[in-house]
Ligand binder design. Sequence first.
Ligand code: 6PG
Length: 253
Amino acid sequence: MAAVVNGPDIRRFGDLDALSRAAADDLIELARAAVAERSTCSIALSGGSTPQRLFRLLAQRGRDAVPWDHVELWWGDERPVAPDHADSNYRMAREALIEPLGLAASRVHRITSELADLDAAARAYERDLSAALGSPPVFDLVLLGMGPDGHTASLFPGSPALDETRRWVVANPVTSPLVHGSSTRITLTAPVINAARHVRFLIGGADKAAALAQVLEGPRDPARYPSQLIAPAHGDLAWLVDTAAAANLRGAR
Ligand code: 6PG
């Protein structure tokens, strides 16, 4: 009897708010379980705009909802800007989550992407990550978004980091209209994300519908749709999507 291979774990929600509430419940459950089992929980936060609602909901749930004193916060990627820049993924999380909950700076590990030498910044982050979580670093939870081009973290279509199999963190040169031409972003590589115990995509909005259908139901083409690289070796992967982003998926019609 051939093993029944289930399809991807796709969880549909009416809108981003409902998606974010479910993501908050999921994160709280995973964090509590991780701390109960290993006395610690390491989370890689995603950037962009989608997770902001999730972060605000977690802040509203208060310090008691999650054993925050045992949670280490990291980032999946960062733009080459100062930590107080409007485009900084760290700044967004600091304002929406870290400051409202008063989380200890010692457990907040931002990427120092303001440095001139981004390769050195990536190597420093990689050293810290490996020292804390091993090699490859094993996160309890990696939160991911997806761009309208199918990128995730800062793994953009056609960028060198897509082929990286040895490094855990790299400075990735990116050419895309989504980065206003070209930029270099620091990002986790696919091997680190795929070493995680739990991976969650949070994807909302009609502008993601075409790429999401290609990623989940199109031909395998990770160079063009890097989110297809995400396939945890031992952990579980779930796609939390709103109705607008799921509009082009089979069964959505
Ligand atoms: C970033 C993110 C990136 C993001 C997607 C989706 O630094 O921008 O890490 O991968 O998750 O671009 O961004 P939105 O949530 O803003 O649509």
